[in-house]
Design a protein around this ligand. Sequence first.
Ligand SMILES: [Zn+2]
Length: 228
Amino acid sequence: MSERLLPIFQESYRELRPRAPIPELAVQFFAFANINNTIRLREGRLLVRLSDLLEGAPDSVLHAIAHILLAKMYRKPIERQHAARYRRYVSSHHISQKAHLLRQMRGRKRIDTAEGRIYNLESIFDQLNTRFFHGLMARPQMTWSRDHARNSLGHYDPAHNAIVVSRIFDHPRVPRCAVDYILYHEMLHLKHPVRLRGSRRCVHSAEFQAEEKLFPDLERAKRFLQLL
Ligand SMILES: [Zn+2]
């Protein structure tokens, strides 16, 4: 537990919920594969992990991320100035270079390109990230598959931290909501890693499925994908 983080989170909690008692907090820096921050509530304890890329960040930035995570946890609106401060810091030259280096160190699969003829997967990822994930999800490598395989819509490859989407969807007749849905599904795989239940792998957990149902165009997207 970082001694520096605790008071920042406590203060942020006070601002957000002035009258509620502060729960027990465990806040630590964590070596994620990329810039990532998570918050969970377990048996009354708030467990927070911040990317170790934020370790050198000034207090104001840590305060901003504390606000964002706590607001997300308690479904409060995220204040603009905090969102902007955090975004500015993470996109700063220094941090993006570090993140880039980290990605390179993980060893790289031969990745084609995120830029398709019709759709750019990186910009779709960024839009979904803002719309559904508070902009908190670190973008993995994004690429259209090299072939036009029909057997898989898309997949997330944890070893290379890459989302691969079948190139058949990069087509003018494919509605945007179908591509959004495929990416949204893969983003949920990032958020809900595969768990072991006994010896069985639980790929689409109950939480995963509940969150997938929140996708607004779900019916339309699925109908399109079934017709294919
Ligand atoms: Zn899946």
